[in-house]
Design a protein around this ligand. Structure first.
Ligand code: PLP
Length: 387
């Protein structure tokens, strides 16, 4: 039997992480999330958050949150099945299903909880779970907890996926993919993936955390796609383009009914604060009408990509607001991260093991102006000249 972890082992492990420069640190932001944030004592131009439409600090949505709290209070008081299922939840679920073109939807506390819930409901240890290597960690978490067989395929390598699926003939199969990959910004070939799933009688879970609110006029990655199977589970978060908190699963009514019975991370947790659900109804309306914001964001993406590649930075093939600037080493990523900070610009350095290759993860938002992006490019240019 393994020895129980004691205080000295915990201390040792923290020291080891520190000495390897792998200890994660928290930084306090003292302002709302916006193009500029106050972090500690510094005012920083931020290319850090997933607030792609700039709704996290939107006056109308702040007003809706206030109004929601006045009408329904702050807390839900219980789980959905006990007493916490409230009018704003129902209205938000209806609006979300309509928006993404699915029969029904179900709210979860967060994207992490939604992914756990889907897996717990659909999979067992008899399931083989196929995951793109670059999927978000929360998609794999459910498979690991359930002791399902986890098979990771190379990023978007569908011929490898097909071969691997053929090897699992007599097992239940689930394929999971980010629709927009959170660290690379590229998009999964959903139609082709659905074709493979149809061929192998597999379920397809699509995590659209970074596509919902942006792609297909904000209706998300699946909207308008020709799918070859109806064994599809769509998941998206309210914490990125909608600027709030929470997540939802959408699909056939029968799937949603099943999740209400089986998804433990839905059943055994308090419902989302009703004021947040009320505010998210409003955020959804703003997001679906935000065509100008999306157009502005597309122009910023273009300006950044053209500028950064002209300067000689290595980018990835992404047409989304996630624009990684690739680094040869983690050390260089950290040096450049700190130099950007000295110049008042916040761009997170993402390093292995989170990603295979270190990078500065630039994320753009409709809250940025053209000048903000030009400032980032000017600072990046200055860094190259200094090296
Ligand atoms: C692709 C993806 N899925 C799921 C999540 C988890 O969502 P949430 O932050 O709502 O828990 C995230 C990010 O946080 C993500 O990037």
């Amino acid at each position: 039997m393994g020895k129980l972890l004691g205080w000295s082992e915990i201390e040792l492990e923290l020291e080891q992480l520190e000495s390897q420069e792998l200890r994660r640190k928290l930084h306090v932001v003292r302002s709302p999330q916006d193009s500029y944030v106050i972090r500690g004592s510094q005012r920083l131009l931020s290319f850090c958050s997933n607030d792609y439409l700039g709704l996290a600090n939107h006056p109308e949505i702040i007003g809706a949150l206030r109004q929601g709290a006045r009408l329904y209070g702050v807390g839900a008081g219980g789980s959905h099945l006990v007493c916490g299922h409230m009018q704003p939840h129902v209205e938000l679920e209806q609006a979300l299903s309509e928006c993404v073109g699915q029969e029904a939807s179900l709210l979860f506390g967060s994207g992490y909880l939604a992914n756990l819930g889907i897996m717990g409901a659909l999979a067992s240890r008899h399931t083989t779970f196929f995951a793109d290597r670059l999927n978000h960690a929360s998609l794999n978490e459910g498979a690991l907890l359930l002791r399902a067989k986890l098979v990771r395929y190379q990023h978007m390598n569908l011929s490898q996926l097909s071969r691997l699926m053929s090897l699992e003939k007599n097992r239940q199969k689930i394929v999971a993919t980010d629709a927009v990959f959170s660290m690379d910004g590229d998009r999964a070939p959903l139609e082709e993936l659905s074709g493979l799933c149809a061929e192998h009688d597999a379920w397809l879970i699509v995590d659209d955390a970074h596509g919902f609110g942006l792609l297909n006029a904000g209706r998300g990655s699946l909207y308008g796609t020709r799918l070859a199977t109806d064994q599809i589970v769509y998941m998206a978060t309210l914490s990125k383009a909608l600027g709030g908190y929470g997540a939802f699963v959408a699909g056939r009514q029968i799937l949603i009914d099943y999740l209400v019975q089986k998804a433990k991370s839905y059943i055994y947790t308090t419902a989302m604060p009703p004021a947040m659900a009320y505010a998210m109804c409003h955020a959804l309306q703003v997001a679906t009408m935000a065509h100008e914001k999306r157009e502005h964001l597309s122009r910023l993406i273009q300006v950044f990509r053209e500028g950064a590649s002209t300067l000689g930075w290595e980018l990835l093939p992404s047409d989304t607001p996630i624009q990684p600037v690739m680094m040869q080493t983690s050390k260089r990523a950290m040096i450049l991260y700190n130099r950007l900070l000295e110049r008042g610009v916040l761009v997170p350095a993402i390093r292995p093991p989170t990603v295979a290759q270190a990078r500065l993860r630039v994320s753009l938002s409709a809250a940025h102006t053209n000048e903000d992006v030009l400032k980032l490019l000017e600072v990046l240019d200055g860094l190259l000249k200094r090296e």
